[in-house]
Design a protein around this ligand. Structure first.
Ligand SMILES: O=C(O)CCC(=O)C(=O)O
Ligand SMILES: [Fe+2]
Length: 404
């Protein structure tokens, strides 16, 4: 299937009608219920004190099956992976949209809440954290220069118009009209916003930088595959793939190797910073993403700054950091070159110290004097700049700062 990449870049999404072949849909629906029952068992087991007997199933405004959890995928439910997540048609689409060989970011299924409606759903937002990533304008400049590194799917197994988007908003900041509407309410339609009308088996593939809204989470039956494909991923534990076909397992094993190589490249780039070796630094970025442009290099430099902060947080208990930064440091987020706590062990405390000294200037440039509070974003209450990147921030300026 040929997709219109220019249209994707222009409007931030594509709708692919009847993407799940009719003769596969019933079997995927059946597996969806089996997966959900398995997830419900996990929610029951992991309920917290004070939770109802079903745990998250009963409390979440949008219960989500996390397909990579142990026991969810086996021979019986493998078709969801084989016939959607790694199907030839799916990989063919993301292969056109995303440069390089895209892997899977996460495989989930969004479900309707069983008893209670949650009007207004997620509220309007972009899937974006200034603390974790970079000012929105830097992400968008990179997207326009290098194409998407990640694309997200909504693939409903039943008719679904819950998702709203503002077409074209993925490549620009909010307009004053949008900001005004969002300040009034994040849970009402905004100017230019449209509902994405999907029939069972259709697919929407979109940029997570779009201003979007999981609008009303009602008890109307919703089973919508959700997750994405990505050039940066890690597969530490492949046990979820055991029930897949030989081809399926081989795919994830290949991606696991790809993920390991990306971690090596990240380490090499960070070691170049420690050594103060500009040529090796550029080579490291080029290995992470062959052909990457200037905006992309700047973005990766910002991501590596977050990696340096993570290493410092994990190595130095006296280091002062925002609670949220501390919590991010405990997890992984490959899309931003955060390979998890284990990765920081590759560096000695002394190396971590040098790294942070080299990145601290950049980290300060990415912050304002006070907490940022823009509408339409996760309210993180941190000073990290949300919208624009200071002009002085770029890869060459970062390299030049090593010498001072
Ligand atoms: O419910 C949806 O379709 C969108 C969900 C969403 O945007 C989110 O959870 O970030
Ligand atoms: Fe979202």
């Amino acid at each position: 299937m040929q997709v219109d990449c220019d249209l994707f870049m222009e409007q931030g999404f594509l709708i692919l009608r009847d993407f799940i072949p009719r003769d596969k849909l019933d079997a995927i629906r059946a597996s969806a219920e089996i997966m959900l029952e398995r997830q419900k068992e996990i929610w029951r087991r992991e309920r917290k004190p004070g939770d109802p007997p079903g745990g998250e199933w009963e409390t979440a405004r949008q219960p989500r099956v996390m397909m990579e959890l142990p026991g969810i995928i086996d021979e019986q439910t493998a078709n969801v992976v084989e016939d959607f997540w790694i199907a030839d048609a799916t990989l063919e689409v993301v292969g056109q949209l995303i440069p390089g060989e895209p892997m899977i970011h996460s495989m989930m299924m969004m479900c309707s809440p069983p008893v209670e409606d949650h009007p207004g759903g997620t509220g309007w937002h972009r899937d974006f954290s200034a603390l974790r990533t970079a000012p929105l304008a830097a992400l968008q400049a990179d997207l326009i220069e290098n194409g998407p590194r990640y694309t997200q799917w909504n693939v409903p197994l039943y008719d679904d118009n819950v998702l709203w988007i503002v077409p074209g908003s993925h490549r620009r900041l909010n307009t004053p009209e949008e900001d005004a509407a969002l300040r009034r309410s994040t849970k009402e339609p905004v100017p230019g916003g449209i509902a994405v009308e999907l029939r069972a088996g259709d697919a929407a593939v979109y940029s997570h930088y779009l201003l979007h809204w999981g609008s009303n989470y009602t008890t109307k039956l919703r089973r919508t595959l959700h997750g994405g494909h990505v050039t940066l991923a890690e597969f530490e534990d492949l046990s979820f793939a055991e029930g897949l076909s030989r081809r399926g397992r081989a795919t994830f094993e290949r991606w696991s190797g790809q993920g390991k190589a990306l971690q090596e490249a990240t380490e090499a780039a960070l070691r170049a910073v420690i050594a103060g070796d500009a040529a090796a630094y550029h080579a490291g970025l080029e290995t992470l993403e062959p052909g990457i442009g200037e905006q992309g290099k700047t973005l990766f430099t910002i991501f590596l700054c977050k990696a340096a902060r993570q290493i410092k947080i994990l190595q130095d208990p006296t280091f002062e950091a925002h609670d949220l930064a501390r919590s991010f440091a405990g997890g992984s987020h490959p899309l931003t070159l955060n390979w998890g706590p284990g990765f920081s062990k590759r560096f000695t405390t002394e190396e971590g110290e040098t790294l942070w000294r080299r990145f601290a200037v950049l980290d300060a440039q990415l912050q304002a004097d006070e907490d940022q509070d823009d509408p339409g974003f996760k309210r993180e209450h941190t000073p990290y700049l949300v919208n624009t990147l200071p002009e002085s921030v770029n890869t060459e300026a970062f390299i030049a700062s090593w010498r001072s």
